[in-house]
Design a protein around this ligand. Sequence first.
Ligand SMILES: [Zn+2]
Length: 98
Amino acid sequence: MIIKNMSTTLLDYGNKTGILRGKAMYIYEDHIGGLYTSDRELDYEERHCEQCGETDWLIGCAYTRQEAWDLLKGDKSGDSFYGYDYNYILAFINENWN
Ligand SMILES: [Zn+2]
């Protein structure tokens, strides 16, 4: 891989490529409920359900447990978790991030 911009620091490079931070995990919410991850961004066709016409939506992308937590905890009131149970979120993070 070629670093085009020579002023790019190793950290930026690592952040962009995920080398220093582990793997990018995209967090999706299933349109029928529940969260799942993908190691790449999914196309509309992959997220779209032909049965009911609804679409799974992207919550965000997290490289680390902390990032996943920050994304999923929602607002600062602390009890939103996108409507999911705290234990569900915890198990989901444990399953997908080391
Ligand atoms: Zn459906």
